[in-house]
Design a binder for this molecule. Structure first.
Ligand code: UDX
Length: 435
């Protein structure tokens, strides 16, 4: 099948490369000349494990193309995906749909023969109706179906998530649209991946509901962690004890400094706004958003308390990990963006190391001394904070670490280490929810 993918951001690029790997012929389209130039040279603008090889192989084998001018690819495509950004609109928290609507207008003028227009971008309920209206108005004779097909890709594991998803959700009542989508995802039938065919509005809502539920699950365990600290219980055991109940499930019960990233913060806010607009407020999600924001801000205080100080003037804090999670260079809504300025406001000097995120972080955080490794970040520090659980921070040489630090305090916001082991090595150790 011929596929046109509008937008070569995270979702567009991963989806385009994976569809090409399924055997489809995919053209990825973007308005940003420097991005297309880089992609044509084989450079991947984001860090995502395995994506460079996947792109290179499919380009080499003639199934994956990049272009600034998508007109021909859109005309020839049986499915045109809209995978552009839907950032939070400044001022009101709603998703900004201007890029989605601009793409719909562009597609409308180019449709040639029956074409399925698929919204992959995360869009509020009703956006598909609007996309359909735009296309119909711009090109009344166009033969098309607008389908919602949300993505559930985790950064750092996006290729695996695309190729072995728990499910694929397809929102359309149009039978020809359903048939095209079934063909596109046919390679997944080998793994017996369920495809949930549903209405378009329902599909749009499924995406927000999934992200909001996961954000709420994390927030629930984070609150349990705070309670564990007060009552002398262990949140990891609580997570295990409840997670083995199949009705609850073990995943997304790791307590930490609060969720971040490109999806949960943005999508929870957008869902709250939509629900308010429709007069059906989602108070659980409103509260989740508030708790998570407060939590990120509160982490600096937790670090200061572990150091038994109110004022951090003259103290140096080493930070391991800046990105919102490991295996990505993405800094969007990373807890570090709240925690580090708050530490600096208490007077601390911050020296930090992140395996992939330092460049992006340097645009967003001020006055950080960027180091080239974990031990460099620990050297001379009065406390070391583990903020993102990159693999390389999981088996540090604790004796070496202790010798390097000015004062051996470790604040482990991802529960990477065991409290007893840290104490045995002579550290003052604080973590999340292990009372
Ligand atoms: C998420 C969804 O998982 C994915 O389905 C959706 O399409 C996009 O948003 P992503 O943001 O890439 O993916 O990462 P995810 O692994 O979900 O983590 C999000 C945040 O939650 C991170 O800050 C992570 O550290 C945090 N988290 C996750 C926890 O604090 N505890 C957990 O148990 C899981």
């Amino acid at each position: 099948m011929r596929v046109a993918m509008i937008g070569t951001g995270y979702v567009g690029l991963v989806s385009g490369a994976c569809f090409a790997d399924f055997g489809h012929v995919v053209t990825c389209i973007d308005k940003d000349p420097s991005k297309i130039e880089r992609l044509e040279r084989g450079e991947i603008p984001i860090f995502e494990p395995g994506l460079d090889d996947l792109v290179a192989r499919n380009v080499r084998e003639g199934r994956l193309f990049f272009t600034l001018d998508g007109a021909q690819a859109i005309r020839e495509a049986e499915a045109v995906f809209i995978a552009v950004g839907t950032p939070t609109r400044r001022g009101d928290g709603h998703a900004d749909l201007s890029y989605v609507y601009a793409a719909a207008e562009e597609i409308a003028g180019l449709i040639d023969g029956f074409t399925v227009v698929v919204t992959k971008s995360t869009v509020p309920v009703g956006t598909g109706d609007e996309v359909e209206a735009i296309i119909r108005k711009t090109n009344p004779n166009a033969q098309f179906a607008v389908v919602s097909n949300p993505e559930f890709l985790r950064e750092g594991a996006a290729i695996e998530d695309f190729k072995r998803p728990d499910r694929v959700v397809v929102g359309t009542e149009d039978e020809r649209g359903q048939a095209v989508m079934r063909d596109l995802y046919r390679p997944l039938s080998l793994n017996e991946t369920p495809i949930v065919f549903t209405g378009r509005r329902t599909s749009e809502l499924i995406k927000y509901a999934a992200n909001a539920f996961l954000a709420m699950k994390i927030t629930f365990i984070n609150e349990m962690a705070d309670l564990c600290e007060k009552v002398g219980a262990d949140v990891q055991q609580v997570a295990k004890g409840i997670g083995l109940d199949k009705r609850i499930g073990a995943k997304f019960l790791n307590a930490g400094p609060g969720y971040g990233g490109s999806c949960f913060p943005k999508d929870t806010i957008a869902l709250v706004k939509t629900a308010q607009d429709f007069g059906a407020p989602t108070r659980l999600i409103e509260t989740t958003v508030q708790i998570n924001d407060d939590r990120k801000k509160a982490m600096a205080g937790k670090i200061a308390r572990a150091m038994q100080l109110d004022d951090l003037t003259g103290r140096t804090i080493g930070v391991l990990g800046l990105t919102f999670k490991p295996n990505t260079d993405d800094m969007r809504d990373a807890p570090s963006l709240d925690i580090i300025p708050a530490l600096q406001a208490l007077g601390a000097k911050v020296q930090a190391f992140d395996p992939e995120g330092a460049k992006e972080a340097s645009h967003l955080l001020k006055d950080i001394d960027f180091k080239s490794g974990a031990y460099d970040a620990a050297e001379g520090a009065d406390a070391l904070v583990i903020l993102t659980e990159w693999d390389q921070f999981r088996a540090l040489d604790l004796d070496r670490l202790k010798l390097l630090m000015r004062s051996p305090t470790v604040v482990d916001l991802r529960n990477v280490y065991k409290p007893a082991e840290m104490v045995r090595h002579g550290f003052t150790y604080a973590s999340i929810g292990r009372g």
